[in-house]
Each structure stands twice: as C-alpha cells, then as structure tokens.
Design a protein around this ligand. Structure first.
Ligand code: PAF
Length: 281
C-alpha cells in the first residue's frame, strides 16, 4: 500500500495509475478503523481497480473541542488493517496540508443540516461538506463509499454531489453491528466496560420503535417509548429520537403502515455521543 501525506505527490501518483479508464474507489474516514470501515474498503475493492482510503480527523466538523481532542487516533494500527485488506493507497494528510489558510467557505444545506445532528452539532455538516469536497477534488474518484450509520451525512453528501456536479457515484454500505447489536463506531472504544454493556439499548430501542410504528402507533408515543427504554434501563441519556423521511429528512408525525421512514437516535453514554438509525421499509 502506498502512503501519502501530501496532496501533490498523491495527485501525481494517481495520474500515473489511472490511465486507460481505471476506476477509483474512495473511502473517506477519520481513522480508528473497525469492521464497518473495512466493509467499505472491501466494497470498493470489488467494484473498482484502485481503492484509496483517507484518514483525517477533520477539525472543521467538530463543534465540541473536547470531542476533537479525544477522538481516537490510531494511525499505525489503521494502516496495518488497510494493508491486510489490500487497500491500494492511504492518504493521511496533516491539518496544514488540508487547511493551509483559515477557511472562509461555509455550506448551508437548508433544512437538511438544521435537523437532528445539524441541530445539536451546528456547523458540523458544513465542515463535512468542505473536507469531502476537498477529498473529491484531490482524489477524483469514480465512486465514494459512506456508511448508513451516518444517514444524514450521506443525504447531505448526495446533495453536494448533485448540486456541484461532481461526477462521482455515492455508494451506501449497511451498518455493521457488534454481536449484541451496537452499531460499530470509532467512538465505541472510548466507552468504559459498564457503559459498553449498556450501549446496545440504543439498537434495542430502535427495534422497539420500528415494531410500534409498524403496528400503527403514533410517532409521539413511539418517541416516548424510546426515551423510556433508554433512560429507565441504563445510564445513557437520549439527545434526540426522530422519525423522518429517508430522502428529504423531513420529520414525520405519523407513519402510514406501508410508508418508508427512518428512525434516528443520538444518545450520550457518559461523555461519548453515539448515533444509530433503522430503516423502516
Ligand atoms: O464519516 C466520517 O468519518 C467523516 O465525517 C468523513 C466523511 C470522513 C469526513 O471527515
């Protein structure tokens, strides 16, 4: 695997190896890789001639400085994992390389970045869109891979690609879960054993919500049931539970039996913020 820290040499290398229409798959990450990330790399490897993973903890998408500081950084282990699954290229730039000047650009995605994560993490999606745009320009991939766990991020990136006419296919890969149902996340490694044992309640509450909605229960009742399940059985604190349209993320007050919807949950386990979602087909 070739490793690059600088944009110039990466661009030169990509120019050399992407001749004759060879396709490039991009897997943007912030590192602390787990099986979820590896499933993105594997999907990319199946569909493309060359797979590039990026590892960069992007400061502009953190609205909480302590979250940025505590974000796990495990570059050596990550590189070994990527090597093992035969990733072709790893790009792990410094802040100076990605943001040589203080950025002036801000993105506004209308209601898409005002609800859920956007409401509780103001500026987060502007930072995500900025860094993802930079990575798209640098790597010029054919396809880019993102996990379903960050559904709102995926929706916003699709919008970014559509509006700015990036010639890139955005591929969504299903959530990978631990045996007890907890959605895999780089943040899970910050959970102490007690909170780790309680965290699967998030997935259990989503399953409960999904059953209740399919039985025709009111959204307001379902939201109360999720809060009650999480907070009465564990030390976790619910930040939000939302039921929304999967495409435009508009909150739904009722879900007809056959309608498509996604249930979103964000909760704090101690200081660690966890998110998960479930698609209601
Ligand atoms: O999902 C993530 O890990 C990040 O938001 C991303 C897409 C790598 C941008 O920093």
């Amino acid at each position: 695997m070739k490793i690059f820290n600088e944009i110039g040499p990466l661009r030169t290398y990509l120019k050399e190896i992407t001749t004759n229409g060879r396709t490039v798959g991009l897997v943007p990450t912030m590192g602390a890789l787990h099986e979820g990330h590896i499933s993105l790399v594997e999907a990319s490897k199946k569909a493309n001639d060359i797979t590039i993973s990026t590892i960069y903890v992007n400061p502009t998408q953190f609205n909480n400085p302590s979250d940025l500081q505590k974000y796990p950084r495990t570059l050596e282990q990550d590189a070994a994992l990527l090597e093992k699954v035969s990733c072709d290229v790893l790009f792990c730039p410094t802040d100076a390389e990605m943001y040589p000047d203080k950025t002036l650009i801000k993105f506004d995605f209308g209601h898409l970045d005002k609800v859920m994560e956007g409401e509780f993490r103001p500026g987060h999606f502007s930072g995500v869109a900025l860094v993802v745009s930079k990575l798209f320009h640098i790597c010029e991939p054919t396809r880019a891979y993102f996990g379903q766990k960050d559904w709102q991020q995926l929706t916003i990136i699709k919008r970014l690609v559509n509006e700015l006419k990036f010639n890139i296919d955005i591929v969504c890969i299903p959530i990978m879960r631990e045996a007890d149902g907890l959605a895999m996340s780089s943040r899970n490694r910050r959970l102490n054993p007690e909170l780790r044992s309680q965290a699967p309640i998030i997935n259990q509450s989503l399953r409960l919500a999904s059953e209740l909605l399919r039985k025709g229960e009111e959204v307001a009742t379902v939201k109360k049931a999720v809060k009650e399940a999480i907070e009465s059985q564990t030390e976790l604190k619910l930040e939000y539970v939302e039921v929304a349209d999967p495409v435009n993320l508009t909150p739904m007050n009722r879900v007809d039996k056959s309608a498509e919807a996604i249930i979103f949950v964000a909760a704090f386990a101690g200081e660690v913020r966890l998110i998960d979602n479930m698609y209601l087909e």
